[in-house]
Design a protein around this ligand. Sequence first.
Ligand SMILES: [Zn+2]
Length: 337
Amino acid sequence: MQYRSPSRNVRSVYDVLEAFPSERVCVDHLARMRWPNGEVCPNCGVVGRAYKVKLRFKCSYCKTFFSARKDTIFEESKVPLRKWFAAIFLFTSNRKGIPSTQLAREISVKQETAWFMLSRLRQVADNMAVEILKGIIEVDECFIGGKERNKHAKKKLHNNWMQGKTIVVGAVERNGAVITDRVPYRDRNSLQAFIMRRVYRGSTVYTDEHGAYKRLPQHKHKNTNHSIGQYVNGDVHTQTIESFWAIVKRAHKGIYHQWSQKHCDLYLREFELRWNLRRLPDGDRLDVFLQHVNGTRLTYEDLKHGQRKQLRKRKARQLRKGVTRRGRKKGTQRRRK
Ligand SMILES: [Zn+2]
């Protein structure tokens, strides 16, 4: 019999809580979404040989117990899956995002918990990001950040309105997905490297009159001229990407107020995700999201102290110096300077 998702007619967060009344229903649904061809045992890798024991699964091959949360963003989280599902619904259906304070109130958890949950959800958004675009593509760049004149006198560094802001370049496919990247400068090298990396060769690229886009070697290029008031020239315009920036900027100003350079990329992934899923019904968004929660366990440590890579580096460095978890290794001495 075909599986009927409980989230098929979900329209609001109340519907989500009604459609998933218990942890059991949530576990079943998560298992269905994660493993469409049968449960995969994380210990031995055997597919479809597990059976349910209360809220867990037991592999009939290697006899180990495992949870549907294993190797997902839900791993080691004490928050019930019901609340997680409600959070995913709010995260994917609020068009300008949801602040952690608001989420905390909606699903009754602490603000710190909500903030951490949102960070984990952004990690999934990163997983679901589109890599490359094809067809008719609009490319434009945007500046994110507060005004220089609003900064404290000690922090004021620049006179130019562009400086001190984060430059983000984006590409959107007509009736398709969006991709964004941070770039260091608004010059030919940075912008054209972005296009080369993220747009298939031979695709048509529409931009504004900015000189850095001129003479694209491997793409067909057409542009409008905003400086003379020309915003649309036949089919050539950049209104789609502009409307994406409008959402990002309003959310930055009105919902998040500020985001740090460190987490900027993850915030951008969040907006990409919402844009890319915008045509799906609300309930389907939840299901698609659950299909991508695999292998994205983000620990608080990672989030607070940068990426895993940095953590690994630090551990390796400590190991070289002879510092282990329990202190200094036997027989190793601190190097004298
Ligand atoms: Zn097994």
